[in-house]
Design a protein around this ligand. Structure first.
Ligand SMILES: [Zn+2]
Length: 59
């Protein structure tokens, strides 16, 4: 899968999912769209995604 076709929002979301699949803490408490992750690393990735998502949805 080429990242060139992805938007920054999609890339940020994939980074979050990618982290969560390999992180023991995130496996214990999977990140959900309506829930801020408890893992600090996941939380920063989640926020980075959320900020981009807000920018793209709000025009
Ligand atoms: Zn994590």
């Amino acid at each position: 899968m080429s990242t060139e076709t992805l938007t920054p929002v999609q890339e940020a979301f994939i980074a979050l999912v990618d982290h969560c699949t390999g992180c023991p803490d995130c496996k214990a408490t999977p990140a959900l769209p309506d829930k801020t992750p408890e893992c600090p690393k996941a939380e920063s990735l989640y926020r980075a995604w959320f900020i981009l998502w807000r920018k793209e949805t709000r025009r």
